[in-house]
Design a protein around this ligand. Sequence first.
Ligand code: ADP
Length: 445
Amino acid sequence: MTPFEKTGGLADVAGSLPLALGRLGIKTLVLMPKYRNVPFTKKKLSENVTIRFIKQEEFFNRASLYGNEKGDYADNLERFSFFCNEALHLCKETGFKPDVVHAHDWQTALLPVLLKVKLAKDPFFNNARSVLTVHNIAYQGQFSARRYEALGLDPELFSMEGFEFFGKINLLKAGLLYADAITTVSPTYAQEIQTRDFGFGLEGVVHKRAGRLRGILNGLDYGVWNPAKDGAIRETYSWKDLEGKKLCKSALQKRCHLEVNKDIPIFGMVTRLAEQKGMDILSEICDEFLSQNAQFVLLGEGDRVYHTTFRNVAARHPHNAAVFLGFNAAEAHSIYAGADFFLMPSYFEPCGLGQVIAMKYGALPIVRATGGLKDTVIDANFPRANGFVFKEPSPEKLLETIRRAMAIFEDKKKLALLRKTAMKADFSWDESAREYVKLYKEITS
Ligand code: ADP
């Protein structure tokens, strides 16, 4: 949860949804593991929102959240099973009697099961309903069946109608079966995860529960992401006055040792380096793309193979490309602010925040038509355009779309119009938070 710990978009959502709910009068207790960098165990975030961090040194005082360079931590089942049980225990201990327990992703997918099975007869919880939000169905929390005991649940629940998934424990699957409502982070992704191409094996389970499923687009916290007030960028700006963006662009070019030239478009990218993000499609066209009058700035962290690939791209194109490997919030802000375009050629993208942030900063998104990218970006060929969209996930189509963007970069009038539409678009939390409240009311009435 931003600003405490972050590995991706889930942190942004967890950071802003509770506050938006609080503004709508929903009293919210946020529970999160006390990871190493969290300095306290409790904090009041607003009038209606408090966060408590669950402490267990052995499980959570580690260098990273879910794993290290060797892979996922071997005891993730124990870690998150502990977290879920302790979260409910803490509710009781502090007298916070929930109407709704809202779980996010596999790490907390056990909660709907605990409420329905273990605590079904507990008067403290028997009115509590559960919502499970799937931020990315590719991550399911799968573990060897031999470790089932760690869950402390009836062995009968290890079945087709419960945790069992091709002989393994699958936490997300059980959560999907037991939750009173399921949401995912965009309407298109809600449809996609019912199909084989996107469901990662859980499409049948999701489809079965389609009546309980809805897609609610993530909002963006404009308190954090606003070029008019951003202290991390060279100069602030807004759609009404883009002078500051010019300075941000030249500052980025300087820092990246690229030619400082306003007439060369910068294509930016801030991303987890994962297969999902279309990094292979991009790497195939980098040489061709960078042989043109274009600059590329990448900030990313993730799979080592992409670290190597893109380090090599930077080495081959020192005058056009800069690659920063790592997670760096301040650097991310400068890239959004300095870039003219923002690349997201994802194979799948449940919602995607990068493209929405980029729009606000006037970096036109270049995206593949999938999930939340499809729900937020309108191609330059259409009225109300705010970016570029391509359908087929292939290097050729990506290159073709980059070329279209470069052509528009030369057409200053069209570029200004697109940029203005993108920067004025409103993807704030208020509307989405209202939809969540509507859902909470439906399941508790
Ligand atoms: P995902 O959740 O799949 O990683 P999103 O687009 O939904 O993708 O959210 C990514 C968020 O994480 C954005 O706020 C983006 O700016 C940030 N981010 C991703 N990679 C990095 C990085 N290497 N350094 C800093 N911020 C990053």
